[in-house]
Design a protein. Structure first.
Length: 334
């Protein structure tokens, strides 16, 4: 009788151990997290930070496999669809490239809408519920909203008022920038970043709307004479997770991912400022002759009025974007 009891105890212990082990294995998950940018980019560094943190918080039951550099061949504008279809579990996506999905994503890129990092952070907060609704409709959950560097005007001509910018041949990278150039009387030109240095050197372009990051990467600061700090626009990235992938996670894993994402978002919005400061310092050292101009309140008021007119036209054509725009402007003007 005692032998049977001991045997039952041993079997019970083994059964419990098996159930615990099986449960642990069943709950373990590895998700693919994607970005088109290289490992050196701060957005990808953010994904690695989130991966390390979520692994730590879950004791290894949830891991993220980071695939960077666009290795899977997906293009930025397609990523919302790709995540929604479950081809990717998680992806970093430039939100302003998603206007084909909704023009709500286009509000962020309106020229002269944001005036500095505080505005950028405020916009992220105001835009989050709008983005969450759009992501939910696309079968995914929003995890992160983070800012990109501001784009300024790098030029061979000085500018202290809008009148000074008339006739300027300016390389632009999006429609909003092109509309602003046309509004101040310049000529917008669409050129790949890789061709910009030569275009400056040959006089094909006289200025470009570019961030410090792009200016350093393309070396156009070497052939520019002036930096006019227009702060034309600042894009943003979102990080989303496929809804089915999210629903398969345990509550503990979901909570850990939310916490890791929130910490990563805060890190990204600090890191972007550091990246710009570092690149500006390198640019100043690389071209001491480059003049960093300041904008008078009158000049900024002039250029912001041009941006406001572009925004008005945009909203008339895309009324679905007006609630986000109005909510941001109300908060900004408080």
């Amino acid at each position: 009788m005692k032998r049977i009891s001991n045997r039952s105890t041993v079997l019970g212990v083994l059964l419990c151990a098996f159930v615990m082990l099986f449960g642990t294995l069943a709950d373990a998950a590895t998700l693919t997290a994607h970005s088109v940018y290289s490992d050196a980019h701060y957005q990808v560094q953010g994904l690695h930070l989130m991966a390390d943190r979520v692994k730590e918080l879950t004791g290894g039951s949830l891991e993220l496999n980071i695939i960077s550099g666009g290795a899977l061949g997906y293009r930025g504008p397609d990523l919302l669809r790709v995540v929604g279809e479950g081809q990717l579990d998680i992806s970093e996506i430039v939100s302003t490239g998603l206007t084909g999905t909704s023009q709500i994503f286009g509000v962020r890129s309106l020229p002269m809408l944001l005036s500095g990092w505080e505005d950028a952070k405020l916009f992220n907060d105001i835009a989050r519920p709008f983005y969450e609704e759009l992501c939910d409709k696309a079968d995914q959950k929003l995890l992160i909203v983070s800012s990109w560097p501001f784009a300024d005007l790098w030029s061979v001509k000085a500018g202290e008022k809008v009148e000074d910018l008339k006739g300027l041949k300016v390389r632009t990278y999006d429609r909003s920038g092109a509309l602003l150039v046309e509004a101040f009387g310049g000529t917008p030109l669409a050129l790949p970043l890789a061709e910009l240095y030569t275009a400056f050197s040959t006089g094909l372009v006289q200025a470009t709307i570019s961030s410090a990051v792009s200016a350093k990467e393309s070396n156009i600061y070497e052939v520019s004479k002036y930096l006019i700090p227009l702060q034309v626009t600042s894009s943003s990235s979102i990080v989303t997770i496929n809804k089915d992938a999210w629903n398969k996670l345990s509550e503990e894993q979901q909570n850990a991912l939310i916490q890791a994402a929130a910490e990563t978002e805060a890190w990204l919005n600090e890191k972007v400022e550091e990246v710009v400061d570092e690149d500006m310092a390198a640019i100043k050292a690389g071209n001491p002759k480059l003049e960093f101009l300041t904008m008078s309140p009158e000049f900024r008021k002039e250029i912001e009025a041009l941006g406001a007119k572009i925004a008005e036209d945009f909203l008339n054509q895309n009324p679905e974007a007006k609630p986000l725009y109005d909510a941001f402007m109300d908060a900004k003007n408080q």
